[in-house]
Design a protein around this ligand. Structure first.
Ligand code: 5GP
Length: 206
């Protein structure tokens, strides 16, 4: 992957936003609201070896690929970052990342903590935001209500959530999704401010 400093084609590069949250935190709904507010904000569609859930479409929610294709992608250097999450592989396309930022457009990545660390290693200026559930009990309830995962998978996601939340301080900003409207306003405020080149001092929105 080309380091930002090495790209000569465009003077102003886009800003990179990384959002992470344990499953069931409402991240996708919050990010949808963000994308409606800023339609010009680009979104990187991740590659995954996970099976599509009901209602998910290939090329819209994810690019669903085989483990073989994924591993080939690693060998060919196709991924800006990749990680194994809940027993499946996920990755961000290095091409999409370079192409979008290089053409001066801002880009949103919805990736996990492992991916965030890799991205920040290459793009230290990336704005990182972690979304938290109000409590672990509420998170479990939300996962169960969602009805998309078997009981065993819910337990796995809960265990992963505990591990992820333990790393929340590695992010520049944290938002608790207790009241959706408040969480949405905080996210929009942060992204708007950072896109204007500001660096809000308040880091925790609870
Ligand atoms: P889900 O399977 O519920 O859509 O996502 C599971 C986890 O994988 C979430 O934490 C999500 O943020 C993460 N994830 C989705 N895409 C990527 C990606 O491209 N890279 C990494 N590292 N994590 C991802």
């Amino acid at each position: 992957m080309t380091h930002p400093e090495n790209s000569k084609s465009v003077e102003k590069r886009g800003r990179l936003f990384v959002i992470s949250a344990p499953s069931g935190t409402g991240k996708t709904t919050l990010c949808d609201a963000l994308r409606n507010t800023f339609p010009e904000l680009c979104y990187s569609i991740s590659y995954t070896t996970r099976q599509p859930r009901k209602g998910e479409a290939d090329g819209r929610d994810y690019h669903f690929i085989s483990v073989e294709e994924f591993k080939e992608g690693i060998a060919l250097g196709r991924w800006a970052e990749w990680a194994e999450v809940h027993g499946n592989f996920y990755a961000t396309s290095a091409f999409v990342l370079e192409e979008t930022l290089g053409s001066g457009r801002d880009l949103l990545l919805e990736i996990d903590v492992q991916g965030m660390r890799q991205i920040v290693g290459c793009f230290p200026e990336a704005v990182t935001i972690f979304i938290l559930p109000p409590s672990m009990n509420i998170l479990r309830e939300r996962l169960m209500k969602r009805g998309t995962d078997a009981a065993e998978m819910i337990e796995r996601r809960m265990a992963d959530a505990i591990r992820e939340i333990a790393r929340k301080d590695a992010y520049r900003y944290r938002i608790v999704n207790d009241d959706f409207e408040r969480a949405k306003d905080a996210l929009i405020f942060l992204v708007d401010a950072c896109r204007k080149g500001e660096d809000p001092e308040t880091t925790d929105y609870i």
